[in-house]
Design a protein around this ligand. Sequence first.
Ligand code: ADP
Ligand code: ASP
Ligand code: MG
Length: 611
Amino acid sequence: MSLVVQKYGGTSVGSVERIQAVAQRVTKIARTGNSLVVVVSAMGKTTDSLVKLAQAISPHPCRREMDMLLSTGEQVTIALLSMALQELGQPAISLTGAQVGIVTEAHHSRARILNIQTQRISRHLNEGKVVVVAGFQGISSTNELEITTLGRGGSDTSAVALAASLGASRCEIYTDVPGILTTDPRLVPDAQLMDEITSDEMLELASLGAKVLHPRAVEIARNYGLPLVVLSSWTDEPGTFVVSPAPQPRSLEGMEISQSVTAVEFDNNQGKVALLRVPDYPGVAAQLFGEIARQELDVDLIIQSIHESNTNDIAFTVNSGILKRAEAVAEAIAPVFRSQPTANPQEAEVMVDRHIAKVSIAGAGMIGRPGIAAEMFTALATAGVNIQMISTSEVKVSCVIDSQDCDQAIAALCQAFKVASSPIHLLAAGEAKDTAVSIAKFQPAVRGVALDLNQARLAIRFVPDRPGMAARVFGLLAERNISVDMIIQSQRCRVVKGFPTRDIAFTVSQVDAEAAQMALQELAPILGCGEILLNREIAKVSIVGAGMVGQPGVAAQMFAALAEHQINIQMITTSEIKISCVVDQDQGVMALQVIHQAFGLAGNKKIQVPA
Ligand code: ADP
Ligand code: ASP
Ligand code: MG
């Protein structure tokens, strides 16, 4: 007999008939002798309707009252499902987050789980009852016992956290699609089901817009090595397994807040090539990285920053061993990007930095916690280290610095985050190809594609180029509880009033755009920066796959697909296992479709998507 935690999402419990169907499924499993905890969401689009109700009364309702309101949605479902189970003769009891003892931080609307007091659930399970729990909600640990919610989509996180706390054999997430697909089937009808995906890949996909799983649920499953599976509420198909590495022993106390950073990684054997002032039209990145791929050169980070007077800067890093060849490719291609052969050599200028190091902090616990990147930048600034490039993903922040500063930077970061450092494993030249092939055998270069239409881009012009600037900018945003997504610092250095400056651009969630703009407008005069630009009309399209490590040409293929369809790339950032591009919002869905097609992810098995 084993203990299983199941979660049913909004569509799966969207009507009386669907609740009854869930009750049938649950009863069937309970009768095979398994203990069952069932977590449910609010029925159908109830949470959206509640949000609309609140907005009809107040444009900016206070978060506490929003939690009070939104948490009611789940409470309806637990009672109805319990009744449906009892009607089938299956003993069951419904419990709210507070009754279960899901203890969270006191932050309304995005609370993190601290611990779950499982005694009451265990007692009811021992009595032979199915325990039906309201997802998405908890209770704060302060004396006031405030009702909190975990953030939209948070019922997945409730389920996985319960499974980890109860030592369940697995957590099953039942939803309205057959499992995790190569992309959103509502946007790309020929998306295909995958049998499995690694938790690292799923973390990236979930935080890049694939809403099939809440990223924090993936984080908890990964931290505790919990078997997690996503499957359809309508069929008996096996769904998709999220595969986690063997877990390190870890306390259940402070479940979502302890150890946000688990490693400091470094690679001090890199060089950087930048192409400055290349024209801002579709196809430039495709041409450059197409040529690099033809030479079989493996690129690590790629960054393209905001454009200014119709030109972009594109920079990338490579292992020192191939820097000369990468530089030669850039030099050979640069004239192609000049307006005329005799044009000013400043157009498409190649800039090479032979001795750089990449230092990164990594850890799933940094998701949605704006202070972590800022803490990294502060630690580097305090150690007197200037940051040349920043590249972020949800689970990693990498900074390119002068290689001379590497030791100091590592020491500062290890101290700040209380972790040990480790070099990033670099493949030797001969080893690279074989290993890439063997990795590719098991892991496709691109596992899935995601689109995020809810982001806005901000840019600060002319930020003084000295240690501490990124720390100030992102420290202030963190103070205001604004999570920053991709951060890009331009390569181009502009001298303003005798001081070198750079532009810094980043993306935030649309709802935070105004607050971020206001914060920066306050800060800019203090730091001596230029104007703040805001663009809400963007889309971010990303590819994710562990198999892209050590496999040249993946970025080139993505850029080529976009270029072929005349889609201009505004920004690029990468991590080891993902590449994200910002494009015009109007072109977002098309970008997703053409990239999905380009990587051969499309198939002919029709995925049913309920309305
Ligand atoms: P639930 O209410 O069950 O939690 P969600 O609406 O939160 O369901 O998540 C399921 C939806 O996620 C699907 O209907 C689909 O439109 C969307 N989705 C986005 N990306 C993916 C993906 N890669 N795989 C599967 N579904 C996806
Ligand atoms: N009902 C909540 C929402 O719609 C939580 C969830 O369904 O996961 O966001
Ligand atoms: Mg969901």
